[in-house]
Write a protein that binds this ligand. Structure first.
Ligand SMILES: [Zn+2]
Length: 374
């Protein structure tokens, strides 16, 4: 994910240099989209740009169809100002979830309203299947396409290279570059958990600036947003805590170690524990409680180290999310400082199944338009 991606979030100040106009344009779009600015005067105050610059940028964005005038606002003494808004139908976005098989793709407008949905063909080369999926959705677009967002499994570098995705057979695979060359569209690629984190971040109140999104499925991984920026880390592996050892004398893990978090808290591990307890509702409750104990301990460490106020659990099985979130919240609370614990909200994702697609959509909003939420 580009470091510039959420730049306008942190700094609404004016930029200098050859790309200043592009940066300022994104700042203006971001300010309008977030609701922080509704008039040209608001924009000037928020961005620090001169009024003529604001007028010219707003004119340019109006010509592009992105910014629309909504009518007169309330006067602060003189002439009534014109209210500005984003035309959420002016662009469309292609969002792809590669964390599921077959890959799923959606064509949506800027608000996220879905216009088309397709799945990729299976078998054959995954990059080719992905490009075909993009083409299939692109021909159905009824507005210019702002870009393609992809939530991909594995380690994904800032330039959209998939460093490693074992089950796809990818190693240092330049997915973004290949897909841009194949489709002619701008592409943003992020790890699926990081994309999901961005989607949840967009739903937070604007004053919250950090979030941990934990995905629990066959494996366990987290996506981080810190200081209102996606945090991928120096090896693109931030949040990959599924292989932290939590039970040194525990079960062997596929990674070669023993007692990793995934051996006690992933869905297959929970299923094993339920079966070992003889199935039934009580067995399930106890197995989830044991998993939550380990998960909560690791999350408490993360929260204590980073001082993150929002933790979202995305459990890839119906009926488990609320239960796990409640139990993990209880564990996290008991392990944190008493002054800190009440400030930490742990909750279940509302739509775990759609989260990576929402995140892929958010990648394009942020990357192409500087918008954090529609
Ligand atoms: Zn492991």
């Amino acid at each position: 994910m580009s470091d510039l991606l959420l730049g306008p979030l942190r700094s609404l100040g004016s930029a200098s240099g050859h790309d200043a106009r592009a940066v300022n344009r994104r700042s203006v779009l971001h300010a309008i989209a977030s609701g922080a600015a509704v008039t040209r005067a608001d924009l000037a105050r928020l961005t620090g740009l001169a009024r003529p610059t604001i007028s010219s940028l707003v004119d340019e964005l109006s010509t592009d169809g992105l910014v629309i005038e909504l009518g007169p606002g309330i006067s602060a003494g003189g002439k009534r100002p014109t209210l500005l808004g984003i035309d959420l139908s002016a662009r469309q976005v292609i969002a792809i979830d590669m964390s599921v098989r077959p890959f799923v793709g959606v064509l949506a407008d800027l608000s996220g309203t879905e216009h088309a949905r397709e799945v990729a063909s299976q078998g054959g080369d995954p990059t080719e299947a992905l490009a075909a999926l993009v083409e299939e959705l692109a021909v159905r677009a009824s507005a210019p396409i702002a870009g393609v967002g992809v939530g991909a499994p594995g380690l994904v570098a800032a330039d959209g290279t998939v460093i490693e995705a074992a089950h796809l057979g990818w190693s240092d695979h330049p997915l973004r570059a290949l897909l841009e060359a194949e489709t002619g569209l701008p592409v943003w690629v992020a790890n699926d958990a990081n994309a999901a984190a961005l989607a949840e971040f967009g739903r937070l109140p604007t004053e919250r600036d950090a979030l941990v999104l934990v995905r629990i499925g066959d494996g366990i991984g987290a996506g981080l947003v810190l200081g209102a920026r996606p945090h991928v880390g120096s090896s693109a592996a931030a949040g990959e805590f599924g292989h932290l050892v939590v039970q040194p004398d525990g079960l062997p893990c596929a990674c070669g170690n023993t007692g990793c978090l995934e051996t006690v808290a992933s869905l297959p591990a929970i299923d094993r524990a339920i079966a070992a307890r003889g199935d039934g509702e009580e067995a399930a409750e106890q197995a989830v409680a044991d998993a939550a104990e380990h998960l909560g301990a690791v999350i408490a460490h993360l929260v204590a180290i980073l001082d993150v106020g929002d933790v979202v659990l995305s459990v890839e099985r119906d009926g488990y999310g609320e239960l796990m979130a409640a139990q993990v919240a209880a564990v996290v609370r008991t392990r944190l400082l008493r002054r800190v614990a009440p400030n930490v909200a742990v909750r279940a994702a509302q739509d775990p199944g759609g989260l990576v697609l929402d995140g892929a959509h958010a990648l394009v909003l942020a990357g192409a338009l500087g918008m954090v939420r529609p």
